[in-house]
Write a protein that binds this ligand. Structure first.
Ligand SMILES: [Mn+2]
Length: 498
């Protein structure tokens, strides 16, 4: 299971020497108190580490360089208690290679109207100190999040939490290895892309492996490994199988153990495969993929490495939260005007973290791929808020599309569709959302989550420095088209602005 507590966010307070030791001592005490409070808050997923106040360009540069090379540090939380002349930050921010959030807060929540004097004003200057810092960040074209409000405010803590989760996922991508079993599904466009550019921009590498390399792991799986997995299946799922189906489930367990062995040994965090290239694998890996996703692996079908990486990032962002996260595909529509819906599924591979109640382990023929009947977990997904996201390679940039949705009940029991499935209504409505998704060049694959919101993905896209188009309740098609056209110009010019 994924755990974010080993990740650190460094709490950095900016100031200057002019104030003298007494004021700086007070600044340090207040900063430590805020850092400790945020660190201890229930919703905060990683460690908040207090750092001594920085007061000179040298201290700032040293801290930024240290943050770059600290493997557990996912980014900085900066706060200007007082006024920190921002030319001091140019060198450090220029070198900083990690995300940062500007916490625009002040120690006191309220103005002490009866007691306030100039000493108080000089100590509590965030209102203009934060603006000076904000200017230099904007002048340097630094992407960052700005969170405004008192540090005990629940909305402030929620905004910080979302940013931290995104920063953990971003750190997780740096140096991440994605394994591709076989190549792409032939002739499919959106799953292709520039892997060199992705590595440069996102930090992860994607490499291909012969399916035979995986098969050699599957062939080495022992009967006792299969039995151990089958015991887990019996404890976790509803199982009613005849002898032949039982054999298929055991074969599926062999495939699962082989895949896990390959991924663990190679240190991979995400993988793809394609049903067009499964030579030597007797079944399409349905159950194994569903279970590996539930463990935290990213997955993309049909060679879709961008979705595999995105699903992994969404898994990291979602660590410890209620609800599931999965690879997903808009499969078919219910276009009844009284309640239009999308039926989301895949051939088999929907992560069982989404299951409402116990999933059912079943074996059925699959009308595609020409393999023997594969094992899969079948389940429905409970009602609630969800979000779909996809990343496409647009040729000169990567684009993320984000579309919140409401997961709703299906209109029937779907007795002849034995796969995991989700039914949702996209925001703002199916017609507008689908038109916008298509105009935005959105993929037919997505990462889907019921524990993340659009804000997680927006923060993540900001860190990655990629275009992010949000399809939500505020969208109109004419404005969306304008946004796409404006962005075409922006991304062509953006690099020359830096
Ligand atoms: Mn697909």
């Amino acid at each position: 299971m994924l755990e974010l507590k080993n990740f650190e966010v460094w709490f950095v307070t900016g100031s200057q020497r002019m104030y003298g030791p007494e004021v700086l001592k007070q600044v340090a005490d207040d900063s430590r108190q805020i850092a400790e409070y945020i660190n201890a808050a229930d919703n905060i997923p990683c460690k908040v580490v207090y750092k001594p106040t920085v007061t000179t360009p040298e201290e700032i540069t040293k801290l930024c360089v240290e943050a770059n090379s600290a493997p557990n540090c996912v980014g900085l939380m900066t706060w200007m208690h007082t006024f920190s002349p921002a030319k001091m930050w140019i060198a450090g921010l220029g070198l900083l290679g990690k995300p940062f959030v500007h916490l625009h807060t002040q120690f006191n929540r309220d103005i002490p109207w009866d007691k306030i004097d100039m000493d108080f004003m000089n100590l509590n200057q965030s209102a203009h100190g934060g603006r000076e810092f904000g200017f230099i960040c904007s002048r340097l074209r630094k992407n960052r999040k700005v969170v405004v409000g008192h540090w005990k405010d629940k909305e402030v803590l929620a905004g910080l939490e979302v940013w931290m989760r995104a920063a953990c996922a971003w750190q997780d991508w740096q140096g991440m290895k994605v394994a591709r079993f076989g190549d792409n599904m032939r002739e499919v466009a959106v799953t292709e892309g520039d892997k060199v550019e992705a590595q440069k921009q996102f930090g992860y590498s994607v490499n291909g492996y012969g399916v035979g390399d995986l098969v050699s792991y599957i062939d080495k799986v022992t009967d006792s490994q299969i039995k151990d997995l089958f015991d887990i299946y019996q404890a976790e799922y509803l199982i009613e199988l005849n002898d032949e189906q039982l054999k298929a489930v055991k074969e599926s367990a062999r495939i699962e153990a082989g895949m896990r062995g390959f991924l663990q040994e190679g240190g991979f965090k995400a993988f793809t495969n394609t049903f067009e290239d499964l030579h030597g694998i007797l079944q399409m890996p349905g159950l194994p993929t569903q279970r590996l996703m539930a463990e935290g692996y990213g997955f993309g079908a049909e060679g879709d490495w961008k979705s595999a990486a995105l699903v992994r990032a969404m898994k990291v962002m979602a660590a410890g939260l209620e609800g599931g996260t999965s690879f997903m595909e808009d499969y078919t529509y219910h276009l009844d005007p009284s309640g239009p819906k999308v039926l989301g599924a895949h051939m088999l591979e929907v992560c069982c973290s989404l299951a409402a109640g116990k999933a059912s382990l079943q074996v059925h023929p699959l009308g595609i791929g020409g393999k023997s009947d594969p094992a899969r977990l079948v389940f429905d997904v409970a009602k609630g808020d969800g979000v779909n996201a996809a990343i496409m390679d647009m040729g000169n940039r990567f684009r993320m599309l984000v579309n919140p949705c409401k997961v709703v009940e299906s209109n029937g029991a779907l007795p002849k569709l034995p796969v995991a499935r989700v039914v949702w209504q996209p925001m703002p409505d199916l017609k507008t959302a689908a038109a916008a998704w298509i105009l935005g060049g959105g993929a037919h694959h997505a990462g889907f989550s019921m524990c993340l919101t659009k804000e997680h993905l927006e923060d993540f896209a900001e860190m990655a420095g990629i275009e992010c188009l949000v399809i939500d309740e505020n969208l109109t098609i004419s404005e969306f088209k304008k946004e796409i056209r404006t962005n075409e110009i922006y991304y062509m010019l953006a690099n020359s602005l830096k």
